[in-house]
Design a protein around this ligand. Sequence first.
Ligand code: FAD
Ligand code: SIN
Length: 527
Amino acid sequence: MTIAYDVLIIGSGAAGLTAALALAEHKRVLVLAKGSLTGGSTAWAQGGIAAVLDTGDTFENHVRDTMVAGAGLNDRETVEFVIERAPDSIDRLCELGVPFNRDADDLHLTREGGHSHRRIVHVDDATGWAVQEALLKAAEANPNITMLPGQTCVDLITSRNAEKFSAEGRVWGAYALDEASGKVEAHIARATVLAAGGAGRVYQFSTSPRGATGDGIAMAWRAGARMSNMEMMQFHPTCLYNLEVKNFLITEAVRGEGGHLLHPETGHRFMADYDPERMELAPRDVVARAIDDQIKRYGLDYVHLDISHQPAEFVREHFPTIDEKLSGLGIDMTKEPIPVVPAQHYTCGGVIVGLDAATDLPGLWAAGECTESGLHGANRLASNSLLECFVYGEAAAKDILERWDELPQPPAIKGWDESRVTDSDEEVVIKQNWTEIRRFMWNYVGIVRTTKRLERARNRLRMLGQEIEDYYGSFRVTTDLIELRNLHQAAVLIVESALERHESRGLHYTLDYPETDEVARDTVLVP
Ligand code: FAD
Ligand code: SIN
């Protein structure tokens, strides 16, 4: 058995590449990505990265805003840990050449919902793409980093997969499907970092890319890691409503720079009826619920987001990517309002990690959107996510390097067994199940929930689970099948967590338990 790498990283987004770059000073690192290296959410991020850089702002302000948005479910130690490291993260990104917008010598700071100060560092309205490019460039130039796109990890390798069985539960890498050859290979490593992103595609309407199917969350669960707060799925208030373009985000910074939300027929600025003080800059859960309420109350298809009262030059300068996209669809945002609806946007819950990014499982660290670190609580504050990826990517690398000498050498690992499967002759089952899950998750487990609807979703998931496992046990794996299995697993975790929470808090709003408990408690699911 040859092991060519020291550390395996699953995911080439902000979390995975930050960890890779920090590890590569001392270790040989393999980064695997499903599809292309730029296929995760990182490349799609618009608004920016939150960091206290202005002299009039303080860490305490940022901590308070994060915990107000998170409805008190955040872990204060984690919040401080991340926020205090934000300025250093921005410095490192500047060193990597990320061309952040500037006002003379200072970084330009924009504003987003839930933030009491201007503190969002950004590259126009396409921050994620600039960050992804800079990280990739640095990783490509590093001889200790090998990046393999087109590899869909199927499952983590654990002690159960060792030639000599051990019940230890240690993680030794992952089995991955090579998308080109159709072969599954074992990628064995002494340390594995899971940075596989969120599970947004579990919902019919989502701003997330196609690959956000909760693979990391599902793989960690199957390997034996606990999950927390999976019911906290964030809905972004303003996704473009368009019959052809389904998941284009209109950044929160449009509201931050003065955009108003209006009833499309009366022109009423309806946030005055829901949160008169913070209006459009209330945290996301509040704004998304207000829009959902307007849509349901008045039978609307969408509401309007209007920034046309600002000078056209200002709008074009701040939002060039959005302006270009909308122009292509015949909408001139400098002159007319934009039709918007809420859509799933971010997975706040996930694999439980400590401040060292270590999971429950020896040999497995995790960072980024697939985790629950305690930062976001019941609702993520805008632009705190990329920041979490940088801080936890670094934390994982630091902990692995510190513990390296005590990490055991991998045992002999069994190869992938395909002796009992054949090629699928019924791909239609995958498409059907995928569509079904996403539709009932949207209708039954969306912005406003009830126990009855959650139980309906649970029943359907039970039925589909049996079908999917039968299918998985009979046919050779494909990326679509792997994703369906994970999407289903993520949906189960969301529904089970939602049924466990008997209160409304942050993103979890249920008509059966509308009050908020005095004490905030995490929902923890144990495999
Ligand atoms: P991702 O960037 O999603 O990367 C996941 C990686 O895992 C990918 O490389 C993928 O290929 C790989 N992967 C997944 N499954 C497998 C598998 N089975 N096998 C192998 N590899 C796998 N946050 C902010 O802070 N500021 C913003 O302005 C902002 N804007 C956003 C705009 C949009 C439209 C979206 C969707 C999100 C936005 N977010 C923003 C959230 C933020 O972009 C994400 O939370 C963050 O980028 C997640 O990074 P990550 O490294 O955890 O995962
Ligand atoms: C946005 O630009 O509105 C997204 C910011 C975020 O998700 O943090």
